[in-house]
Design a protein around this ligand. Structure first.
Ligand code: F6P
Length: 359
């Protein structure tokens, strides 16, 4: 069989997916004489044998484009594949057979859910290499960032800048809810970059009393407005996560969302100040990747193909502190999520300049 590698994008999309696909295809063809077959819509494409041979022409011009030319899915697990209303079948063996029929290994570009599935398939005998994607930045890949994260928090920081001016004009409290699931990375980075007064993250449960103390402190300084960034997974001390809906066919069925509105309406009641909530939602996932995310995606894509050519399977590509590629075992990367270190440098920095975490 001709040397051929398979690739798929799984889970929620993130800016930079196309840049990774482009890097894999170019490196495969130019460096190693490989062909690349792309399965469409994550593992669904494997089950349905929906695939395309990717040439350099197919990936021309996609570097700055958001989304993924292959399509994706965050609900079609090969181990619990939907085959009718509330009916599922285990298609994992079939998936492995199909991938190996067309390629010698799979490069799985995904977040924690897709990497966990890929790891299970690896343990069943599928040669796999992982490529770390997610706007949430919550993968256990050492100190490296996932691609898509910088694009998401840059957008959120810009949104905070925009809220700043209108908040100041109207003397309002503005609560902006961002994504990130159970990790506060987007809120933390965007909050610092966008000059938030309060940052609420899942790792630090908050109290309204402490948030209001910050708002009052600002009022005493003549600042009659405040900016609060709320991670969707933030919750009050002793309180519960706010869940928007459940998606039963998904690997993680919980869809968070709504805490921004809850915080805004509580603060309005408690302070008497006019308060508004803004939910950034999927705007954070769309659009063009930042230049850094394009570079990171290109590095990850070429590194994944390097591993594939060396047949070094069972790893996720990552970077070390010197910006050198450092493969991390899939088992480690898929063993849970990386959350914000509450005693880490960034949280300390934020506290030193007076940002409140509501604690
Ligand atoms: O994991 C990426 C992410 O955007 C999370 O931040 C968010 O909670 C979730 O996906 C939203 O999922 P969906 O696209 O299914 O609404």
């Amino acid at each position: 069989m001709k040397k051929r590698i398979a690739v798929l994008t799984g889970g929620g999309d993130a800016p930079g997916l196309n840049a990774v696909i482009r890097a894999i295809v170019k490196t495969a063809i130019r460096e190693y004489g490989y062909e690349v077959v792309g399965f469409r819509n994550g593992f669904r494409g494997v089950v349905e044998r929906d695939m395309v041979l990717l040439t350099e022409n197919d990936v021309a011009g996609i570097l700055p484009r958001g989304g993924t030319i292959l399509g994706t899915s965050n609900r079609d697990s090969p181990f619990k594949f939907p085959v009718g209303k509330d009916k599922y079948e285990d298609k994992s063996k079939q998936c492995i057979e199909t991938i190996l029929e067309y390629a010698e290994a799979l490069i799985s570009i995904g977040g924690d859910g897709s990497l966990m599935l890929s790891h299970k398939l690896f343990e069943m005998g599928l040669p796999v290499i992982g490529c770390p994607k997610t706007i949430d930045n919550d993968l256990k890949i050492g100190i490296a960032q996932t691609f898509g994260f910088e694009s998401a928090y840059s957008f959120a920081a810009e949104a905070l800048d925009r809220l700043h001016t209108t908040a100041e004009s109207h003397h309002r409290i503005m609560c902006m809810e961002v994504m990130g699931r159970y990790a506060g990375w987007i809120a933390l980075y965007a909050g610092i970059a966008g000059g938030a007064d309060v940052i609420l993250i899942p790792e630090i449960p908050f109290t309204y009393k402490k948030i209001i103390e910050k708002i009052e402190e600002r009022k005493k300084m003549g600042k009659k407005f405040s900016l609060i960034i709320v991670a969707e997974g933030a919750k009050p001390k002793g309180g519960k996560l706010v869940v928007q809906k459940m998606v039963s066919a998904s690997i993680d069925p919980v869809r968070l969302g709504g805490i921004g509105n809850v915080v805004a309406s509580e603060l309005e009641k408690m302070t008497g100040m006019e308060t508004r909530a803004t939910v950034l939602g999927h705007l954070q996932r769309g659009g063009s990747p930042t230049p850094y995310d394009r570079i990171l995606s290109t590095m990850y894509g070429t590194a994944a193909m390097d591993l594939a050519a060396k047949k070094q399977y069972g790893y996720v590509v990552s970077l070390d502190s010197n910006c050198k590629i450092k493969p991390i075992p899939l088992a480690e990367a898929a063993s849970g999520i990386r959350t914000v270190d509450v005693t880490g440098e960034l949280v300390k920095t934020a506290r030193k300049i007076g940002i409140s975490f509501g604690d």
